[in-house]
Ligand binder design. Structure first.
Ligand code: IMP
Ligand code: MG
Length: 215
């Protein structure tokens, strides 16, 4: 099973005052759970693990928008550094897809894939799906079954976060950054109804904020 950094259920996190948090979000957040620097350090290692396993062949990195865009950009930067500085290097191309399954803080039953036409270009390729967070696993399982219809040569999934939750289907990505408690997390491109993508650290949203930004 993929090893990852465990954030314990009783993790107290860090006071907001110790970090730079946008003023407009100060009253919406309880604690910083994963500071931006730690995300970057873990991402650097994920890049190394991925290149070690997939490095023999051309990789198509498929970004799951919108939540995956920060992790995607930073992960690819680290992969580029490895490509620049080692004897072995692999061509890397990118593709983007949008998947929507959330309304407020609840996973909805339907998973919408937007931009599915481009999926046919993945035939015969080594595909790395880059996702922000896996909760029930439904989004990723839907995407994987759609992708298998396009006959890619290889598919690996990297998710920055996996939530420890009884709602999980049991699905585990190939590479995982952090395993996190069953709370609603925002920041580093993870959103609540489109807010909080403009926050660098991963934080726990408080109940007041869930009401404030409800649609
Ligand atoms: P799943 O289908 O239940 O695994 O949910 C996966 C998707 O739900 C992720 O790609 C996110 O977009 C969203 N999601 C799940 N949990 C959270 C969270 O705590 N914060 C923000 N988005 C989340
Ligand atoms: Mg996502």
């Amino acid at each position: 099973m993929a090893s990852c950094l465990q954030i314990a259920d009783d993790e107290k996190g860090h006071d907001l005052d110790l970090f730079c948090v946008p003023r407009h979000y100060e009253s919406d957040l309880d604690k910083v759970i994963i500071p931006h620097g730690l995300i970057m350090d873990r991402t650097e290692r994920l890049a190394r693990d991925i290149i070690q396993d997939m490095g023999g062949h051309h990789i198509v990195a498929l970004c799951v928008l919108k939540g995956g865009y920060k992790f995607f950009a930073d992960l690819l930067d680290y992969i580029k550094v490895l490509n620049h500085n080692s004897d072995k290097s692999v061509p890397l191309t990118v593709d983007f897809i949008r998947v929507k399954s959330y309304c407020n803080d609840k996973s909805t039953n339907s998973v919408k894939v937007i931009g599915g036409d481009e999926l046919s270009n993945l035939s015969g390729k080594n595909v790395l799906i880059v996702e922000d967070i896996v909760e029930t696993g439904r989004t990723m399982q839907t995407l994987l079954s759609l992708l298998s219809e396009c006959n890619p040569k290889m598919v690996k999934v990297v998710s920055l976060l996996v939530k420890r939750t009884p709602r999980s289907s049991g699905y585990r990505p190939d590479y995982i950054g952090f395993e996190v408690p069953d709370a609603f997390l925002v920041g580093y491109a993870l959103d609540y109804n489109e807010y909080f993508r403009d926050l660098s650290h991963i934080c726990i949203l408080n109940d007041q904020a869930k009401e404030k930004y409800k649609v």
